[in-house]
Design a protein around this ligand. Structure first.
Ligand code: SAM
Length: 323
Protein backbone atom coordinates (compact mmCIF):
# COMPACT_ATOMS: atom_id res chain seq x y z
CA UNK A 1 0.00 0.00 0.00
CA UNK A 2 1.23 3.49 -0.83
CA UNK A 3 2.36 5.00 2.50
CA UNK A 4 1.27 8.59 1.75
CA UNK A 5 -2.24 7.73 0.59
CA UNK A 6 -4.65 8.65 3.42
CA UNK A 7 -8.41 8.71 3.65
CA UNK A 8 -8.38 12.51 3.13
CA UNK A 9 -7.13 11.83 -0.41
CA UNK A 10 -10.37 9.95 -1.17
CA UNK A 11 -12.82 12.40 0.22
CA UNK A 12 -16.21 13.29 -1.21
CA UNK A 13 -16.91 16.76 0.20
CA UNK A 14 -20.51 16.03 0.74
CA UNK A 15 -21.95 16.10 4.23
CA UNK A 16 -23.19 12.68 5.36
CA UNK A 17 -26.90 12.07 5.01
CA UNK A 18 -26.73 9.36 7.71
CA UNK A 19 -24.62 8.99 10.87
CA UNK A 20 -21.89 6.88 9.23
CA UNK A 21 -19.10 5.79 11.60
CA UNK A 22 -16.23 8.31 11.82
CA UNK A 23 -12.66 7.82 10.60
CA UNK A 24 -9.71 10.12 11.10
CA UNK A 25 -8.73 11.95 7.90
CA UNK A 26 -5.14 10.75 8.29
CA UNK A 27 -6.07 7.09 8.72
CA UNK A 28 -4.68 4.82 6.04
CA UNK A 29 -6.88 3.37 3.35
CA UNK A 30 -6.34 -0.10 4.81
CA UNK A 31 -7.64 1.10 8.19
CA UNK A 32 -10.69 2.66 6.54
CA UNK A 33 -11.50 -0.50 4.57
CA UNK A 34 -11.04 -2.64 7.70
CA UNK A 35 -13.40 -0.35 9.64
CA UNK A 36 -16.01 -0.51 6.88
CA UNK A 37 -15.73 -4.30 6.90
CA UNK A 38 -16.03 -4.52 10.71
CA UNK A 39 -18.96 -2.15 10.89
CA UNK A 40 -20.72 -3.50 7.79
CA UNK A 41 -20.97 -0.07 6.07
CA UNK A 42 -19.92 1.30 2.69
CA UNK A 43 -19.23 4.90 3.80
CA UNK A 44 -17.41 6.64 6.64
CA UNK A 45 -17.49 10.18 7.97
CA UNK A 46 -14.01 11.72 7.52
CA UNK A 47 -13.05 13.69 10.64
CA UNK A 48 -10.32 16.26 11.04
CA UNK A 49 -9.92 17.59 14.59
CA UNK A 50 -13.60 17.14 15.34
CA UNK A 51 -14.79 18.67 12.02
CA UNK A 52 -16.47 16.49 9.42
CA UNK A 53 -14.76 17.10 6.05
CA UNK A 54 -17.12 14.86 4.09
CA UNK A 55 -17.50 11.16 3.41
CA UNK A 56 -15.36 8.48 1.90
CA UNK A 57 -16.70 5.55 -0.08
CA UNK A 58 -15.67 1.89 -0.09
CA UNK A 59 -15.72 1.62 -3.89
CA UNK A 60 -13.27 4.54 -4.33
CA UNK A 61 -10.90 3.05 -1.78
CA UNK A 62 -11.15 -0.47 -3.21
CA UNK A 63 -10.52 0.81 -6.74
CA UNK A 64 -7.46 2.68 -5.53
CA UNK A 65 -6.11 -0.45 -3.84
CA UNK A 66 -6.70 -2.55 -6.98
CA UNK A 67 -5.07 0.05 -9.24
CA UNK A 68 -2.15 0.38 -6.88
CA UNK A 69 -1.59 -3.38 -6.68
CA UNK A 70 -1.73 -3.62 -10.46
CA UNK A 71 0.79 -0.80 -10.78
CA UNK A 72 3.08 -2.53 -8.28
CA UNK A 73 2.75 -5.79 -10.23
CA UNK A 74 3.61 -4.05 -13.52
CA UNK A 75 6.51 -2.18 -11.93
CA UNK A 76 7.90 -5.44 -10.53
CA UNK A 77 7.50 -7.12 -13.93
CA UNK A 78 9.21 -4.17 -15.64
CA UNK A 79 12.02 -4.27 -13.03
CA UNK A 80 12.56 -7.95 -13.78
CA UNK A 81 12.61 -7.24 -17.54
CA UNK A 82 15.09 -4.38 -17.01
CA UNK A 83 17.32 -6.65 -14.89
CA UNK A 84 17.19 -9.40 -17.52
CA UNK A 85 18.02 -6.89 -20.26
CA UNK A 86 20.94 -5.51 -18.22
CA UNK A 87 22.31 -9.03 -18.00
CA UNK A 88 22.28 -9.08 -21.80
CA UNK A 89 24.78 -6.21 -21.86
CA UNK A 90 24.78 -2.55 -22.75
CA UNK A 91 23.54 -1.23 -26.07
CA UNK A 92 26.28 0.77 -27.78
CA UNK A 93 25.61 4.46 -28.41
CA UNK A 94 26.81 3.90 -31.97
CA UNK A 95 24.56 0.91 -32.65
CA UNK A 96 22.62 2.02 -35.75
CA UNK A 97 20.22 -0.87 -35.29
CA UNK A 98 18.92 0.71 -32.08
CA UNK A 99 16.65 3.61 -32.94
CA UNK A 100 16.50 6.52 -30.49
CA UNK A 101 13.60 8.78 -29.65
CA UNK A 102 12.90 11.50 -27.09
CA UNK A 103 9.40 10.11 -26.73
CA UNK A 104 9.46 7.49 -23.95
CA UNK A 105 6.71 5.35 -25.48
CA UNK A 106 8.34 5.36 -28.93
CA UNK A 107 11.67 4.52 -27.29
CA UNK A 108 10.03 1.58 -25.52
CA UNK A 109 8.76 0.29 -28.87
CA UNK A 110 12.23 0.78 -30.39
CA UNK A 111 13.80 -1.18 -27.54
CA UNK A 112 11.29 -3.99 -28.01
CA UNK A 113 12.00 -4.12 -31.77
CA UNK A 114 15.75 -4.23 -31.10
CA UNK A 115 15.49 -7.09 -28.64
CA UNK A 116 12.93 -8.96 -30.72
CA UNK A 117 15.54 -9.52 -33.45
CA UNK A 118 17.91 -11.27 -31.04
CA UNK A 119 15.14 -13.33 -29.46
CA UNK A 120 13.78 -14.44 -32.84
CA UNK A 121 17.30 -15.32 -34.00
CA UNK A 122 17.60 -17.72 -31.06
CA UNK A 123 14.21 -19.24 -31.95
CA UNK A 124 15.47 -19.88 -35.48
CA UNK A 125 18.74 -21.34 -34.24
CA UNK A 126 16.98 -23.69 -31.79
CA UNK A 127 14.57 -24.79 -34.54
CA UNK A 128 17.54 -25.44 -36.84
CA UNK A 129 19.29 -27.48 -34.13
CA UNK A 130 16.15 -29.58 -33.70
CA UNK A 131 15.87 -30.01 -37.46
CA UNK A 132 19.43 -31.32 -37.82
CA UNK A 133 19.54 -33.19 -34.51
CA UNK A 134 22.14 -30.99 -32.79
CA UNK A 135 21.99 -30.59 -29.03
CA UNK A 136 24.88 -28.18 -28.55
CA UNK A 137 26.92 -25.53 -30.31
CA UNK A 138 30.55 -25.03 -29.35
CA UNK A 139 31.81 -22.55 -31.94
CA UNK A 140 29.60 -19.76 -33.24
CA UNK A 141 30.42 -17.08 -35.81
CA UNK A 142 28.22 -13.98 -35.98
CA UNK A 143 28.97 -12.28 -39.30
CA UNK A 144 28.05 -9.43 -39.44
CA UNK A 145 27.91 -8.89 -35.70
CA UNK A 146 27.24 -5.13 -35.82
CA UNK A 147 27.21 -3.98 -32.20
CA UNK A 148 25.95 -7.31 -30.92
CA UNK A 149 22.19 -7.05 -31.33
CA UNK A 150 22.08 -10.82 -31.89
CA UNK A 151 25.41 -11.71 -30.29
CA UNK A 152 24.18 -10.76 -26.79
CA UNK A 153 21.42 -13.36 -27.20
CA UNK A 154 23.86 -15.95 -28.55
CA UNK A 155 25.93 -15.46 -25.41
CA UNK A 156 22.87 -15.79 -23.15
CA UNK A 157 21.48 -18.84 -24.97
CA UNK A 158 24.80 -20.67 -25.42
CA UNK A 159 26.93 -19.53 -22.47
CA UNK A 160 29.56 -22.25 -23.00
CA UNK A 161 30.03 -21.63 -26.71
CA UNK A 162 33.04 -19.82 -28.12
CA UNK A 163 31.79 -16.73 -29.95
CA UNK A 164 33.53 -15.02 -32.88
CA UNK A 165 32.35 -11.54 -33.86
CA UNK A 166 33.11 -10.35 -37.38
CA UNK A 167 32.12 -7.13 -39.11
CA UNK A 168 33.61 -4.52 -41.40
CA UNK A 169 32.67 -1.95 -38.75
CA UNK A 170 35.67 -2.21 -36.44
CA UNK A 171 33.94 -0.29 -33.65
CA UNK A 172 31.20 -2.93 -33.62
CA UNK A 173 33.71 -5.77 -33.51
CA UNK A 174 35.65 -4.12 -30.66
CA UNK A 175 32.42 -3.57 -28.74
CA UNK A 176 31.40 -7.23 -29.14
CA UNK A 177 34.83 -8.32 -27.94
CA UNK A 178 34.87 -6.09 -24.85
CA UNK A 179 31.18 -6.38 -23.92
CA UNK A 180 30.52 -10.03 -24.75
CA UNK A 181 33.97 -11.62 -24.69
CA UNK A 182 33.79 -12.59 -28.38
CA UNK A 183 36.91 -13.22 -30.44
CA UNK A 184 37.20 -10.16 -32.71
CA UNK A 185 37.70 -10.43 -36.47
CA UNK A 186 37.78 -7.40 -38.74
CA UNK A 187 36.05 -8.13 -42.01
CA UNK A 188 36.86 -6.90 -45.51
CA UNK A 189 34.75 -5.94 -48.49
CA UNK A 190 36.21 -8.86 -50.39
CA UNK A 191 35.26 -12.04 -48.50
CA UNK A 192 38.46 -13.72 -49.79
CA UNK A 193 40.43 -11.26 -47.67
CA UNK A 194 38.72 -12.12 -44.38
CA UNK A 195 41.00 -14.00 -42.03
CA UNK A 196 39.05 -16.26 -39.73
CA UNK A 197 40.52 -19.23 -37.93
CA UNK A 198 38.77 -22.51 -37.27
CA UNK A 199 35.53 -24.24 -38.03
CA UNK A 200 32.09 -23.33 -36.76
CA UNK A 201 29.05 -25.29 -35.64
CA UNK A 202 26.88 -22.27 -36.41
CA UNK A 203 27.34 -19.27 -38.67
CA UNK A 204 24.69 -16.63 -38.15
CA UNK A 205 24.52 -14.00 -40.87
CA UNK A 206 21.70 -11.54 -40.22
CA UNK A 207 21.22 -8.65 -42.68
CA UNK A 208 24.44 -9.06 -44.66
CA UNK A 209 23.30 -10.38 -48.03
CA UNK A 210 20.53 -7.80 -47.85
CA UNK A 211 23.23 -5.19 -48.57
CA UNK A 212 25.44 -6.88 -51.15
CA UNK A 213 25.55 -7.54 -54.88
CA UNK A 214 25.69 -11.06 -56.26
CA UNK A 215 29.51 -11.29 -56.58
CA UNK A 216 29.75 -10.75 -52.84
CA UNK A 217 26.99 -13.29 -52.25
CA UNK A 218 29.18 -15.79 -54.04
CA UNK A 219 32.23 -14.81 -52.00
CA UNK A 220 30.39 -15.02 -48.69
CA UNK A 221 28.69 -18.34 -49.48
CA UNK A 222 32.11 -19.75 -50.43
CA UNK A 223 33.48 -18.45 -47.15
CA UNK A 224 30.57 -19.82 -45.10
CA UNK A 225 30.83 -23.23 -46.74
CA UNK A 226 34.56 -23.32 -46.04
CA UNK A 227 34.20 -22.24 -42.39
CA UNK A 228 31.38 -24.59 -41.45
CA UNK A 229 32.25 -27.78 -39.58
CA UNK A 230 30.64 -30.95 -40.95
CA UNK A 231 26.94 -30.83 -40.03
CA UNK A 232 27.41 -27.16 -39.14
CA UNK A 233 24.43 -24.82 -39.48
CA UNK A 234 24.31 -21.67 -41.62
CA UNK A 235 21.49 -19.20 -41.07
CA UNK A 236 21.27 -16.13 -43.29
CA UNK A 237 18.58 -13.56 -43.99
CA UNK A 238 17.40 -11.82 -47.15
CA UNK A 239 14.82 -9.24 -48.17
CA UNK A 240 12.18 -10.01 -50.75
CA UNK A 241 8.68 -9.18 -51.85
CA UNK A 242 7.55 -7.67 -48.57
CA UNK A 243 10.33 -5.10 -48.81
CA UNK A 244 9.64 -4.54 -52.48
CA UNK A 245 6.04 -3.63 -51.68
CA UNK A 246 7.20 -1.21 -48.98
CA UNK A 247 9.45 0.46 -51.53
CA UNK A 248 6.64 2.72 -52.68
CA UNK A 249 6.20 4.22 -49.24
CA UNK A 250 9.87 4.71 -48.33
CA UNK A 251 11.93 7.81 -49.16
CA UNK A 252 12.96 7.42 -52.81
CA UNK A 253 16.31 9.16 -52.56
CA UNK A 254 18.69 6.93 -50.63
CA UNK A 255 19.57 4.47 -53.43
CA UNK A 256 21.01 4.86 -56.89
CA UNK A 257 18.53 4.22 -59.66
CA UNK A 258 15.85 3.22 -57.21
CA UNK A 259 12.91 3.53 -59.60
CA UNK A 260 13.90 0.46 -61.60
CA UNK A 261 14.79 -1.68 -58.62
CA UNK A 262 11.40 -3.25 -57.90
CA UNK A 263 10.73 -3.85 -61.60
CA UNK A 264 14.07 -5.61 -62.00
CA UNK A 265 13.37 -7.66 -58.88
CA UNK A 266 9.95 -8.68 -60.17
CA UNK A 267 11.39 -9.67 -63.56
CA UNK A 268 14.54 -11.47 -62.42
CA UNK A 269 14.10 -12.27 -58.72
CA UNK A 270 17.16 -10.18 -57.80
CA UNK A 271 17.96 -6.48 -57.69
CA UNK A 272 20.84 -4.65 -56.02
CA UNK A 273 21.39 -0.89 -55.80
CA UNK A 274 24.20 1.03 -54.10
CA UNK A 275 23.34 3.47 -51.37
CA UNK A 276 24.00 6.95 -52.75
CA UNK A 277 27.66 7.80 -52.27
CA UNK A 278 28.66 4.16 -51.62
CA UNK A 279 30.31 1.56 -53.76
CA UNK A 280 29.64 -2.10 -53.06
CA UNK A 281 27.21 -1.38 -50.23
CA UNK A 282 23.52 -0.92 -50.77
CA UNK A 283 20.23 -2.74 -50.69
CA UNK A 284 19.33 -6.09 -52.19
CA UNK A 285 16.02 -7.68 -53.03
CA UNK A 286 16.11 -11.43 -53.69
CA UNK A 287 13.17 -13.77 -54.12
CA UNK A 288 13.06 -17.20 -52.48
CA UNK A 289 13.07 -18.84 -55.93
CA UNK A 290 16.18 -16.90 -56.93
CA UNK A 291 17.98 -17.67 -53.65
CA UNK A 292 17.12 -21.40 -53.76
CA UNK A 293 18.37 -21.67 -57.31
CA UNK A 294 21.54 -19.68 -56.44
CA UNK A 295 22.21 -22.00 -53.48
CA UNK A 296 22.43 -24.98 -55.81
CA UNK A 297 25.99 -23.89 -56.61
CA UNK A 298 26.97 -25.03 -53.10
CA UNK A 299 25.74 -28.63 -53.05
CA UNK A 300 27.29 -29.16 -49.62
CA UNK A 301 24.95 -26.51 -48.22
CA UNK A 302 21.68 -28.37 -47.91
CA UNK A 303 18.68 -26.11 -47.46
CA UNK A 304 16.84 -27.25 -44.33
CA UNK A 305 14.25 -24.53 -44.06
CA UNK A 306 13.11 -21.23 -45.48
CA UNK A 307 10.83 -19.01 -43.49
CA UNK A 308 9.40 -16.15 -45.49
CA UNK A 309 9.43 -13.12 -43.20
CA UNK A 310 10.69 -15.41 -40.42
CA UNK A 311 12.27 -12.31 -38.91
CA UNK A 312 11.58 -8.94 -40.46
CA UNK A 313 13.36 -10.69 -43.35
CA UNK A 314 13.29 -14.13 -44.96
CA UNK A 315 15.35 -16.66 -43.02
CA UNK A 316 17.26 -19.51 -44.70
CA UNK A 317 18.76 -22.39 -42.76
CA UNK A 318 21.31 -24.71 -44.36
CA UNK A 319 23.36 -27.56 -42.98
CA UNK A 320 26.75 -28.58 -44.34
CA UNK A 321 26.65 -32.16 -45.56
CA UNK A 322 29.62 -34.08 -46.87
CA UNK A 323 29.24 -34.32 -50.64
C1 SAM B 1 22.04 -4.13 -41.00
S1 SAM B 1 23.53 -4.36 -40.16
C2 SAM B 1 23.21 -5.87 -39.28
C3 SAM B 1 24.16 -6.08 -38.13
C4 SAM B 1 23.80 -7.24 -37.20
N1 SAM B 1 23.71 -8.51 -37.88
C5 SAM B 1 22.49 -6.95 -36.48
O1 SAM B 1 21.49 -7.64 -36.75
O2 SAM B 1 22.45 -6.02 -35.66
C6 SAM B 1 24.59 -4.81 -41.48
C7 SAM B 1 26.01 -4.98 -41.03
O3 SAM B 1 26.78 -5.50 -42.12
C8 SAM B 1 28.09 -5.02 -41.95
N2 SAM B 1 28.86 -5.28 -43.18
C9 SAM B 1 28.74 -4.70 -44.39
N3 SAM B 1 29.63 -5.20 -45.25
C10 SAM B 1 30.31 -6.16 -44.58
C11 SAM B 1 31.36 -7.05 -44.92
N4 SAM B 1 31.89 -7.08 -46.14
N5 SAM B 1 31.80 -7.89 -43.98
C12 SAM B 1 31.27 -7.89 -42.76
N6 SAM B 1 30.30 -7.06 -42.36
C13 SAM B 1 29.81 -6.20 -43.26
C14 SAM B 1 27.86 -3.57 -41.59
O4 SAM B 1 29.01 -2.98 -41.01
C15 SAM B 1 26.70 -3.70 -40.59
O5 SAM B 1 27.16 -3.85 -39.29
Amino acid sequence: MHAVMRVRDFLITEQPSKPFPPIDADASIEEALAKMRDEGVARLRVMDNGTCLGITHRIDLAVHVAVHRERERLEAAQKKIDEDLRKLGAIAERDDMHKRSDDAEIQRQNDISYHRIGLRAIDHIKAAMRAVGKTELQRILDLPCGHGRVLRYLKAAFPDAHLTACDIDRGGVDFCASEFGATPVYSAEDPDQIEIEGEFDLIYSGSLLTHLDREQWTGFLDLFERLLAPEGILIFTTEASFHASRDKTEPPNDLEDRETRVKEFQETGFAYRNYLGHEDYGRTLSSPAWVCSFLERWPALELVSLQVKGLHQDVYTCVKRST
